[in-house]
Design a protein around this ligand. Structure first.
Ligand SMILES: [Zn+2]
Ligand SMILES: [Zn+2]
Length: 287
């Protein structure tokens, strides 16, 4: 698997400034904008909800369950869409995200875990990005580096993220006559919300929740966190069976990402969905 190194303390000014600034502008600016405009146009609300949905699923279904864990196979058109909307979240390239996430699974809660939850809530929530430098060893994503589009998104990440995350929503915002609304909601607020969906899995889901599969693990199962993270809150199960396309392993567990992948499979856009056999889950539960 090659050598991995622990993070080095170094302020990443771009992230340390970008994240709090867009959070403040989005959270304070949106209610003020709605107040002074006396409501929201349907078109700008739809733009916001479309982008929130597309980019959050690009992370949970794409960056996490497809690129990091290869829990299903899909067509080139989906590969493009997941990379396109994934870049719009400003969470770096799919290649880098998957490499660091695989490192997190391999070295959970040790010095080599990029967001080691033993270092406290703030560190594993966002401090690890704002104040630490991480050397990424791409040897653990050799399978992904064979894909030319994944490599293109990695090598031209700035172009992909600015085009999909900022320029396109702004362009649509101009088109529908609400550029300021697009900037405040579909850029600032939406990016902040999707960033924090991922952050809370690295922080809260490693600090609270039930532990039916591995009592010693920090990762917990929580329907509450699943509600806000497209179903990623069943994190104790996920660390036990990371190759399962589901995180909510019971049919009725809230996991829109697994329903999204299942819907793709019914449309012929996904196949080879990996499921842990029920008896294996049952045996793991009883220990
Ligand atoms: Zn985890
Ligand atoms: Zn994972």
């Amino acid at each position: 698997m090659g050598d991995f190194s622990p993070p080095i303390r170094r302020t990443r000014w771009m992230a340390a400034i970008f994240m709090p600034v867009i959070a403040l502008v989005g959270i304070l600016g949106t209610p003020l904008y709605i107040y002074f405009q006396r409501g929201l146009a349907v078109s700008e609300a739809l733009l916001f909800f479309f982008y929130l949905t597309a980019t959050s699923f690009a992370i949970t279904v794409g960056y996490h369950r497809f690129y990091s864990h290869a829990t299903f196979k899909t067509r080139p058109v989906m590969n493009f869409l997941l990379l396109f909307f994934g870049a719009a979240t400003f969470q770096k390239s799919a290649l880098r995200w998957a490499s660091q996430h695989r490192q997190h699974h391999q070295f959970t809660d040790t010095e080599l875990d990029p967001h080691n939850s033993k270092k406290g809530f703030f560190y594993c929530h966002m401090g690890w990005i704002m104040f630490y430098k991480h050397d990424v060893n791409f040897k653990n994503v050799a399978d992904l580096s064979k894909d030319k589009l994944i490599l293109h998104q990695h090598e031209h990440y700035d172009l992909w993220s600015v085009a999909s995350g900022l320029l396109l929503p702004m362009l649509i915002g101009w088109g529908i006559g609400h550029p300021l609304g697009a900037l405040l909601m579909t850029f600032c607020l939406r990016v902040t919300l999707v960033l924090n969906m991922a952050f809370f899995i690295n922080s809260s889901a490693h600090m609270a929740g039930e532990k039916p599969f591995d009592a010693a693990a920090s990762a917990g199962d929580s329907w509450f966190w699943a509600l806000w993270t497209n179903g990623e809150g069943y994190h104790n199960f996920h660390h036990k069976f990371p190759n399962d396309y589901r995180n909510g392993y019971k049919n009725f567990y809230w996991d829109p990402s697994k329903w999204f992948i299942y819907a793709l499979s019914r449309l012929g856009l996904a196949w080879d969905l990996k499921r842990t056999p029920q008896d294996k889950i049952f045996l793991a539960l009883s220990h």
